[in-house]
Each structure stands twice: as structure tokens, then as C-alpha cells.
Design a protein around this ligand. Sequence first.
Ligand code: G6D
Length: 348
Amino acid sequence: MEVIEGVFGSLNGRNVKSYTIKTDNGMELTCIDYGCIITKINVRDREGNLENIVLGFDTMDEYINYSPYFGCIIGRTAGRTENASFELDGVSYELPKNDGINNLHGGPHGFHNAIWDSSIEIQENEINITFSYTSPDGEEGFPGNLQVTVIYTINNANELIISYRAKSDKKTIVNLTNHSYFNLSGNLKRTVLHHELMLKSDGFLELDSSLIPTGKVLPVEGTVFDFRKGRQIWQGVESEHPQTKLVGGGYDHPFLLNANNQKEITLLDRESGRKIEIETDEPCVVLYTGNMLEDHYEIRGTQSQKHLGLCLETQKPPNMINHPNFPSSVLEANQVYRTKTKYSFTLI
Ligand code: G6D
């Protein structure tokens, strides 16, 4: 395996480091310590063409000016928090209202635009990039000094494993994810409308008009939300289902996973032959099909547009902080938060 370290740019006088990892089997991944952003993943198609399969930029200015969370780590909390507030043990905490009256993805100064400390460990068949960040008590309204570690492991099996660990000195809430937008066509030749997704999920969370989960689980049976046997994305984009129309034509929904670490998520593109298999220990994955991607900027020469990429954000159900029916995002003082998601890049 090969590693190239470099300087991607700078922010407020601090250099932003980049790491490019090349496996012995044709996969390349570049990430930076600003938001732990994955800026590029190159994998081969069935003809052997090595092309990029994620939405990303090559300059800090583009990330700062245009990026809707391309490739970054989201925290302290993925998704929307209703009324930008939550209560723990009778104490109410107020978060920034950066999505109408709600909080989105931990606020405007969340983990996505922090510069993390980073280090690299090189082994024969895998490379570990460790990002660490201390979120001070009260940052973006969250209680507790939270120490976070995210490790990107890239190995010669062409896998990316993201391991999350966090610990707080006070009771708080934590719900981390990676917000990469995938497009398996290669160098954004096509949208994701004809990508095929398989999800082992019998139910998804209904959203209200401000995209907050209502707490109601809707069965996928007989709807365009049924991905159990595979489905192409355009079917949801063109659907008249009130929930697909609510989110701008497509999906932006948390799906409850029936299983963990059993190839529960598969995304494939038959034209290129590329496939990603995702396994996680998280109870939920948010499928977001880029319904709100804007078109006033280019991505490496391709005009941005709706459905140019899709996200599969493994996490706990958003906004379910103390809900009796769902896994909670509450983290007790000195409890260790630990989750892991594996992405395997292969061919059909
Ligand atoms: C939109 O509703 C979606 C979110 O799910 C997504 O994370 C964001 O765009 C980038 O707000």
C-alpha cells in the first residue's frame, strides 16, 4: 500500500492536511483533516477504468462556499433536532436554529467544518488514519467536554472501515455519521437515478413537513420504500408517494435496519459494474438522494444537479433522544460511544 501526505489548503492560518491512500488492488482514497472529509474515492469499473465515485472538491474555497456536507463527518448529532432543543434530566439545552426552527447536523459550526488532529499508521495490508477532536462543553449548545476519535481504515481488500469513538465528562447526546455522496457511474458521468439500492429494512421513519421524524414507523411493503429486493432510485424520485414528494422528489428518510453486519446495504450501478456493500452496527441508515443539490456550481467540471449523488448515513434514528421505541443518542458521563461501519468496494 502507498501513502501520500500533503497540504490541501489552509483555514484561519492553519494548514489542512491531506492523505491519499492507494491499495495494492486499484482503490485510491483521499481525505483531509478539515471535517475528516473524504474528497475522492477512485475504484475500477468492469472495464478497469479507475474513476472517482464520490462528490468532492480539490480546493478549500469550494468546500467553504458550496459543499452541502460532501464527504464529512457529521456531529455532534446527525439529522434534525426538533425546535433545536432537547432536555436531559430536566435541563433544557438550546442549539443553533440552522434549518428553519430546527437544528441540522449539529449546527453551523459542527464537526464538518472543524480541523481535526490527525495521524497515520501504516501496516502491510491496511492503513489507519486517526482523526481526533475535543468539542468543548457548550460547543454549539451541547453539554460536556466531548473527546471524539474517528479512524478511517483502508485495506488491501478495497474496504473502508470507519470506527467512531467518543467520551464526555457530562451526560450529553451524540450521533455521528459520514456524509459521503456516492455516484458509481465514475467521474459523475451520470446521476444516481439508475443506481440500484438494496436495503434490509421493513420500515422507515415518517417525516413531518419540516423533515423531523414523527416517531411513526411506516412499513415499506407495497411502496417505493421497499428496497428489500433492490430498487432503482428513479422510482422514488418519480413517485407520487406523499413522503417522497415531501422531501423534494426522492428519499431523505431514516430506514430501520433488520440486521447488522450482514450485508444489509448494497448499492450498485449495472452500467459501470461498480458495487458498494455496507455493513454497520448502527440501527438505522438515512438514505438521502441529493434532492436538494443546487446547480450554481461545478464539481470537478460537472455541473452540480439534483440526484448527482446519494448518501447512506448510518446512525441512530435522528431526533429520538429519549423515545421509548428507538435507540437513544444519549451518552452518559464517562460512557464510551462506539460504532463502526464498513464499505466494501467491488464489482457486480
Ligand atoms: C438536506 O434534508 C437534507 C439533509 O438530509 C442533508 O443532509 C442535507 O440536505 C445536505 O437538508
